[in-house]
Design a protein around this ligand. Structure first.
Ligand code: ADP
Length: 624
């Protein structure tokens, strides 16, 4: 029988993992037990909706065995089993579609450990075994198959005998080395320790035949060996244990194992309610965004249990999109096990739970914001965008819930919440000022931004595309409206008067510039502030530069969307004199005006219409 090869990329990963990634080789047992438990879950779940599946809940179990003579450790389950195709597909390749792309992307940038993020659990068997034999029979199938591999040279799949449905995994344990005593993994006390440490909460009994000795009845010094089958795990799910009983470490370990993540969660949330609908929930806020989080492939959801039995692996109704990053479980005794029946009632209960959770998650995030700013900022970097989208896509109806969670980079340094900003507002200040663009650094240098700051007003920097859209849905915060610095007039009456005078004095010039620029601008005015730049662009009306930028990038006909631009010319700048000098020469004035307008766009970080023309104009004017 010819061996099938692992896919090339799987092979590399396999080597990587066997040799380096998991330093704790002992976790192989946890991985295999989790898979066994999942397989039983799947079968049980199927039995709820498929009448042809007849199983007894009390029969479901995971069996372990260790044999020092054959040097094997066996993990057996009576779960759903695998067909021949499933054996090949599930165990023949490590990388599943999405993960490969992720790996390549990350290989270029940084060394992200993807092993923890994806399903490679089964392969951890090769850390302790030099050969793995998997016997599996899918539920309802008549044939069983044997998958076998040494982890390096590929694998074989052949028919075999197996009476019952489920999967049996036989690990042929490696010979001991100077550094590693693999033999320990065949000791029943060691196996017991590992189960209690890593798999205690598994809801099916994990049983093992354990050999013991006892004094022979009626005898003082004669001993006999006997075997008892013991259940090694307590089967109490972690969320059912009292809060004091579970350490942070245990929560973290549970999260990492259950949700295949390498990092500790940034926040653990436990909540339970007794009422019309009672439930326990154990939720986690991940420390970083999954690679597909901001794509449509990402599926939000929580695991839903009914009295300790998994009924939905990913129940999306329990989470609003804007909290879609939250992972975790909800266990309720009020849910009907038969999901197809009583659908409506079920739905209403789910909604009640979802509403509670929404409030709970919000208040926990608020606490984090209040008590650990640094951690919160890290959280916000990853998931802040989702919160803002939440405000935008719900048309502001979730504003009250979410606005307190927003933070923005501020001209005061660091970040500011809207409440902090409002507290610091000057008495004379009418608006919450913001500047919108790609980077904080660039925004802080914008002429309009500088003039607002010069008045002593704080400016929030909106560097996320969604920021302005979210704000537009909020309309105001604490009675104060938001205002883009590009659309702000912070000049004092005195300054306005001066500007007006300048405008009158130089009316012909401004008119002439407007004339040569045509409908590229809606007006040309003098600058009312002492900006260091020769020009400054402002917008008039609803559409801001940021919106223009976003639309041009997304919509195919987006380039047609243009903000209404006011070109302001700095009358203090030496260039202004130059303009006056060429005022009579319409052609030259036109060239100056076009260069100035493009400069304004460049300062804003906007593309210019014709870079070639711009460059040749600059060259022409420079060489004069
Ligand atoms: P993961 O469990 O993270 O998906 P694994 O490499 O551990 O990754 O397993 C790959 C797949 O093989 C599983 O998703 C499951 O479909 C299948 N599998 C593994 N162990 C079993 C088992 N004991 N019974 C049935 N299917 C299994």
């Amino acid at each position: 029988m010819a061996k099938k090869q692992f896919k090339a990329e799987s092979k590399r990963l396999l080597e990587l993992m066997i040799n380096s990634i998991y330093t704790h080789k002992e976790i192989f047992l946890r991985e295999l037990i989790s898979n066994a438990s999942d397989a039983i879950d799947k079968l049980y779940y199927r039995s709820l909706t498929d009448d042809s599946v007849n199983i007894k809940k009390e029969d479901l179990e995971i069996l372990l065995a260790a044999d020092k003579i054959t040097r094997t450790v066996t993990v057996s389950d009576n779960g759903i089993g695998m067909t021949k195709e499933e054996l090949e597909n599930n165990l023949g390749t490590i990388c599943k579609s999405g993960s490969l792309a992720f790996k390549e992307e990350n290989e270029k940038t940084q060394d992200v450990d993807i092993i923890g993020q994806f399903g490679v659990g089964f392969y951890s068997a090769f850390m302790v075994a030099d050969k793995v034999t998997v016997l599996s029979k899918a539920y309802g199938a008549t044939e069983a198959y044997k998958w076998e591999s040494d982890g390096i040279d590929g694998y074989t799949v052949t028919p075999c005998e197996k009476e019952k449905n489920g999967t049996t995994i036989v690990l042929h344990i490696k010979p001991d080395t100077a550094e590693e005593k693999y033999e320990d993994f065949m000791e029943s006390y060691e196996i017991t320790r590992l189960v209690q440490r890593y798999s205690d909460y598994i809801r099916y009994p994990i049983k093992m035949a354990i050999e013991k000795s006892r004094r022979k009845e009626g005898s003082e010094n004669e001993w006999e060996d006997y075997t008892t089958v013991e259940t090694l795990n307590s089967m109490t799910p972690i969320w059912k244990k009292s809060k004091g009983e579970v350490t942070d470490e245990e929560y973290n370990a549970y999260y990492k194992e259950k949700f295949a993540n390498r990092e500790d969660p940034i926040k653990v949330i436990r909540t339970s309610t007794d009422g019309i609908v009672s439930y326990d929930a154990l939720l986690f806020v991940p420390a970083s965004a999954p690679y597909d989080f901001y794509t449509k492939d990402y599926r939000k959801g929580l695991q839903l249990y009914s009295s300790g039995v998994l009924i939905d692996d990913n129940c999306s109704e329990l989470l609003p999109d804007f909290f879609g990053f939250v992972k975790g479980i909800v266990d309720s005794q009020n849910l009907s096990l038969n999901i197809s029946r009583e659908m409506l009632q079920h739905d209403r209960q789910l909604k009640t739970i979802a509403n509670h959770l929404e409030k709970k998650i919000k208040s926990e995030l608020e606490l984090l914001l209040k008590n650990d700013r640094e951690k919160y900022e890290k959280f916000f970097k990853n998931f802040g965008r989702t919160l803002k989208y939440g405000i935008y896509t719900t048309y502001g109806t979730k504003k009250e819930l979410l606005q307190g969670l927003l933070i923005f980079p501020s001209s005061n340094g660091g970040t500011a919440t809207l409440a902090e900003y409002a507290d610091r507002m000057k008495e004379s200040q009418e608006f919450i000022y913001y500047a919108s663009g790609q980077s904080e650094e660039r925004l802080s240098k914008l002429p309009q931004c500088q003039s607002v700051k010069a008045k002593g007003f704080e400016v929030l920097y909106f560097t996320d595309e969604v920021d302005e859209f979210a704000i537009s849905m909020m309309a105001e915060f604490g009675g104060k409206k938001f205002k883009n610095v590009a659309d702000s007039d912070v000049a004092t009456e005195e300054e306005k008067k001066q500007a007006e005078e300048k405008a009158q004095d130089n009316k012909d010039l401004f008119d002439a510039v407007k004339d040569v620029l045509g409908d590229k601008v809606v007006a040309v005015k003098p600058c009312v502030m002492g900006a260091e730049h020769p020009v400054c662009l402002r917008t008039e009306g609803e559409i801001t530069f940021e919106m223009e930028r976003m639309w041009s990038a997304s919509a195919p006909d987006g380039s047609k969307v243009r903000a209404s631009v006011i070109l302001e010319i700095n009358t203090e700048h030496s260039l202004f004199e130059k303009l006056k000098a060429v005022q009579g020469d319409k052609e030259t004035l036109g060239k100056y005006a076009r260069v100035l307008l493009d400069q304004g766009r460049l300062i804003e970080g906007l593309p210019i219409d014709d870079p070639v023309e711009f460059t040749s104009l600059v060259c022409e004017l420079m060489s004069k």
